[in-house]
Design a protein around this ligand. Structure first.
Ligand code: GAP
Length: 460
């Protein structure tokens, strides 16, 4: 299948089956925003829970926090975002459409990125301007490239005492962790190395949001910041890189679709950086997570700008220093898209073509669906409801489905990625057993109602 066709099918399935909807759809849609529907939210939560489990629960020195979206305007000055957080933008002189120049050059195979200086990228753009066509009018008549700041302003009122800076929405979620570093040290008394984890929203005024969930203006980031002693970064960087790689495999993503890309050109705060990339249909390999060696940049900057000493004091030796930071920052929406893309499978079952999500059962939004064989036999429906409600007590994501005939229900549950479909039929009334069908193989097994829960749990 053509990769573009495949992505279209995935986007269509996401909408049809209640995973993802265009934001503000009934008003024509707001560019760069998406809403998660019932099954999408369940999958997002399963991904986030898996991440949290690995990065907080399974570690003994990581602490979870949740910081406020609105932050003092000085945070973004200290972090360097008000001056250095921009993408190279040019405008079509004919229809005023904006283009993100590094991405357009990238499509031509010309290496360029948002970290280049304005002069460097203008020189490259001048050399290739005639090969780039405006996506709207098709002309090649563009302005000079300029840096376009990605921070989104709010009009939150109470900022006059802090100067005239607006209160920005977070350009990256991680700043909330740096602001709470001292709070965690003072209340939890952790010894270095220790980590702080957070899943939080980020907002970016992306010039051209595109590729479905890949580049949006509002998204969630799952971040860890590991606080370490100065110069103890090298081994720890390699270790967290490996840990993050292993997590993607654990999530069920195929190893052949993943790679690590080392950065040659570093963002303003990093001394070493790499991305974990997934090979998306249509877009090819692209970043799902950034891993950054941020040295002492963040805490030094926030110490300077806030006037609060953010040094760490080693209680045993009395040493005082600003810890260095190793960051992992994963885009939840991008990982969601990678998971769905990886799971999307087409095959033939019983002579019929079908599409299904071969999700790892542990992260499937619905773990089991219960069907009554027919809808018009009261006794049968009653029994099926009883089986369903009992199962739901143990497996909350179990779902009731009596819409359409059995074949349609299987197709629908396959597309949602439900690993087990349970049919209550006339025999159930006799033998108190149900038919359990396996999503991947289509094989059916008779299981007693009494053992149903443990059967499903065992297979999950
Ligand atoms: N604190 C570091 C940081 O924000 P980043 O590489 O800019 O680093 C981290 O972002 C992750 O956030 C990326 O790997 C990506 O998965 C996700 N991300 C960044 N911009 C995004 C966007 N416009 N839409 C969706 N996800 C995005």
């Amino acid at each position: 299948m053509e990769s573009e066709e495949l992505m279209e099918k995935i986007v269509s399935l996401c909408k049809r089956r209640g995973f993802v909807f265009q934001g503000s759809e009934i008003y024509g849609g707001l560019a760069g925003t998406y809403d998660f529907g019932p099954h999408g939210l369940a999958l997002v939560n399963n991904i986030k829970n898996s991440w949290w489990h690995t990065n907080v629960h399974e570690k003994d020195n990581y602490y979870g926090i949740d910081s406020a979206i609105f932050k003092d305007p000085r945070v973004w000055e200290a972090s360097g975002h008000t001056s250095g957080f921009s993408d190279p933008l040019a405008e079509c002189r004919v229809c005023n459409t904006r283009v993100r120049v590094d991405k357009e050059l990238g499509r031509l195979g010309v290496a360029a990125d948002e970290k280049m200086s304005e002069e460097e990228i203008n020189a490259l753009f001048d050399a290739h301007k005639n090969e780039i066509k405006c996506s709207k009018c098709g002309k090649s008549d563009f302005t000079q490239v300029r840096a376009f700041n990605l921070l989104v302003k709010s009009n939150l009122g109470d900022f006059t005492s802090k100067g005239d800076s607006p209160v920005y929405l977070p350009g990256e979620a991680s700043q909330g962790i740096y602001l709470n570093y001292k709070n965690v040290v003072d209340t939890m008394h952790p010894k270095l190395p220790f980590g702080i984890a957070q899943i939080g929203k980020a907002f970016r005024n992306e010039i051209s949001p595109r590729n479905f969930l890949f580049r949006t203006r509002e998204f969630e980031q799952a971040d860890t910041q590991l606080f370490i002693r100065p110069n103890e970064n090298k081994d720890a960087f390699e270790r967290i890189k490996q840990e993050r790689w292993d997590w993607y495999l654990q999530l069920g993503i195929g190893e052949n679709k993943l790679r690590v890309k080392q950065h040659d050109n570093l963002v303003f705060y990093a001394s070493d950086a790499c991305d974990i990339e997934y090979e998306f249909p249509t877009y090819g390999f692209d970043e799902v997570e950034g891993i950054h060696d941020r040295t002492d940049y963040d805490l030094t900057q926030h110490s300077k700008h806030s006037g609060v000493d953010l040094s760490y004091i080693d209680q045993q030796t009395g040493e005082k220093f600003i810890p260095w930071i190793l960051e992992t920052s994963m885009g939840v929406g991008r990982v969601f898209l990678a998971v769905i893309s990886d799971a999307y499978t087409e095959d033939e079952m019983n002579g019929e073509k079908r599409a299904y999500l071969k999700l790892k059962p542990a992260i499937a939004p619905v773990k089991a669906a219960v069907f009554p064989l027919v809808k018009n036999k009261e006794e049968l429906v009653e029994k099926a409801r009883e089986v369903y409600l009992d199962l739901k007590k143990e497996i909350p994501s179990a779902m009731w489905d009596d819409n359409g005939n059995i074949g349609k229900r299987y197709r629908r549950q396959d597309e949602i990625g439900t690993p087990y479909c349970i049919t209550v039929d006339f025999e159930t009334l006799e033998d108190d057993a149900v038919t359990v069908r396996n999503r991947d193989t289509g094989e059916q097994e008779r299981v007693s109602v009494e053992e149903l829960h443990s059967y499903i749990e065992k297979h999950l």
